[in-house]
Every structure is written in C-alpha cells, then in structure tokens.
Design a protein around this ligand. Structure first.
Ligand SMILES: NC(=O)c1ccc[n+]([C@@H]2O[C@H](COP(=O)([O-])OP(=O)(O)OC[C@H]3O[C@@H](n4cnc5c(N)ncnc54)[C@H](OP(=O)(O)O)[C@@H]3O)[C@@H](O)[C@H]2O)c1
Length: 221
C-alpha cells in the first residue's frame, strides 16, 4: 500500500525522556533546534501527532517563521502543512489550538457521534479503522490526498505504534543538555516495547546543536 515518506522528529533529555512524569512539556531544545524543527515543518506536506500530545501540550503545529510561510506560498502550497491528529475517540478539545482550517482529525468507528459532530465544525474528519485509528490505512489515505512527506511530532505512544507497524523511514532525535528522570515519564518510544526483532537503525548524521546533539537515523526494513 502506498504511503508518504514518514519521519519522526523529537527532542529528549540526556536520559531519554520527552516530558515529565506528569506529562508536562519541558523546553529541551535551544533556539537553533527550534529553527531546525520549523524548517522541517515547512518542508513537509503534513504533520501528525497523537491525541495525547494535543491533550498534554496543546500545540498549534503551524510554521512559525513568516519567511518560511511566505516561501511555501510562493511555491503555490498552503502557508502551513496539513495538521493531522490520531484520535480514535474524538477526544480533541474543541478549543485546541491545532483545530481550524487545514486540520484533519483521524478517528475510528468507535468514536462517539457527538464528539465527531462537535469536531466536524472545526476541522476535517476522517474515519479510519474500527476500534483504533488504523495508521497504515490513514497513511494510505493521506498519500491519496497528495501527502508525500509526513512529519510525526510524537508523542511516545504514537511513535511506538508507527515504528511497530514498520511505517517510519527516518528518526531525528535532538538530545538536549538536561535530565528529566522519572521511571514513568514518557520516552521517545513507549508502548508495549519490543522483546525481540528490535528495529535496527543506520546512523545518518551526528551534529552538535545548541548545547546538545542532533542524531539522524534511518530505520532499516
Ligand atoms: N519532546 C518531544 O519531542 C515531544 C513531542 C510530542 C509529545 N511529547 C510529550 O509526549 C507526551 C504525549 O505522549 P503520549 O504517548 O501520551 O501521547 P501521543 O502518542 O501523542 O498520543 C497517544 C494517543 O494517540 C491515540 N491513537 C490513535 N490511534 C493510535 C494508534 N494506532 N496507535 C497509538 N496511539 C493512537 C491514542 O488514543 P486513543 O486510543 O484515544 O485514540 C493514544 O493514547 C506528552 O507528555 C508530550 O509533552 C514530547
């Protein structure tokens, strides 16, 4: 089944955590890394997060730089990439910053009708999967909508499912000069965890950035 090129971009502490034990957002990146992330967004056709990230961080997921938005416009594409949320039950709050034109919520057949109706006033809805969002089906639908380059910005459980299903091509991890700790604080990839057949990574690059380091990996098939 055809799907876009998919990469995960995330920032973690030196001890591998992406937020606190209370799932509160932490500033892990410095200014250079934030600019790099903004450029990655501007080069993508769509950006996806899980509903856990929407509930925890309320991200806007738009391109911040005016210059980058203008350059997209010049290329004849919308100012911002499509914003996609994997949200099986339609739990995204209606006042979330991610909503509005250019936002798509992927729900499953198990989403209560009232949630879907409420959200459909603020964004496009795609039903994909019976109980949970079928990620492979969703990526195929996005491909058919013209998405060729999909940036995934977390969180831990969505990253896990995508990697487990073999749907990720590359992984970019900024390791910041900070420790967060906490046994139950989310890591870059949570979920059930692999017991064997661990996905192998090929190192594509190591770049010092701000006071941390950017690691780029290709996930081997
Ligand atoms: N540092 C970073 O780079 C970074 C980036 C993003 C987020 N974060 C942090 O990560 C945390 C959020 O991560 P999270 O793991 O709680 O949430 P998440 O991965 O953003 O979202 C997980 C939710 O997505 C929904 N989902 C729908 N279909 C799915 C599927 N097929 N597989 C997996 N999930 C699916 C599930 O809820 P339903 O079953 O209800 O659909 C699931 O609970 C927050 O603390 C946030 O601050 C950090």
């Amino acid at each position: 089944m055809k799907r876009p090129f998919v990469f995960i971009n995330g920032a973690m502490s030196a001890d591998g955590k992406i937020s606190t034990i209370e799932r509160k957002q932490v500033r892990i990146s410095g200014t250079a890394d934030l600019a790099r992330v903004d450029a990655l967004r501007a080069e993508s056709d769509a950006i996806m997060v899980g509903v856990g990230t929407v509930l925890a961080d309320d991200p806007s997921l738009r391109v911040k730089s005016d210059l980058l938005r203008r350059s997209r416009k010049k290329r004849g594409i919308p100012d911002n990439p499509l914003r996609v949320v994997a949200d099986s039950r339609g739990k995204t709050p209606v006042d979330s910053r991610i909503l509005g034109a250019g936002c798509l919520i992927a729900v499953s057949g198990s989403a209560p009708e009232e949630n879907v109706l409420r959200l459909s006033e603020r964004c496009q809805i795609l039903v994909c999967g019976d109980d949970r969002v079928d990620l492979s089906g969703l990526l195929n639908r996005l491909y058919k909508m013209g998405v060729r380059r999909l940036m995934v910005e977390g969180g831990a459980r969505l990253n896990w499912s995508l990697i487990k299903e073999g749907l990720v091509d590359e992984l970019y991890v900024y390791v910041g000069a900070i420790l967060i700790g906490g046994r139950d604080a989310p890591t870059l990839v949570d979920g059930a965890g692999f017991r064997a057949d661990f996905p192998a990574l090929e190192l594509l690059g190591v770049d010092p950035l701000d006071s941390g380091v950017l690691l780029k990996w290709r996930i081997q098939k």
